[in-house]
Design a protein around this ligand. Structure first.
Ligand SMILES: [Zn+2]
Length: 52
């Protein structure tokens, strides 16, 4: 991710962006709340963190 893409992002999103999320997996773990994010979801159903 380049610096320009970070503009306007909240700190929690920046933290999440530094984590690797395998979107090809059946599900992923939210880097913010560690909740389960179903495949195809663009945001965490637990905390609403955008991962897409
Ligand atoms: Zn979450």
């Amino acid at each position: 991710m380049v610096a320009a893409e970070r503009a306007g992002m909240s700190q929690v999103e920046l933290d999440a962006a530094d984590c690797v999320i395998d979107l090809d997996a059946d599900q992923a773990s939210c880097p913010a709340c560690m909740g389960t994010i179903p495949k195809g979801s663009v945001m965490c159903p637990e905390c609403g963190l955008r991962i897409g």
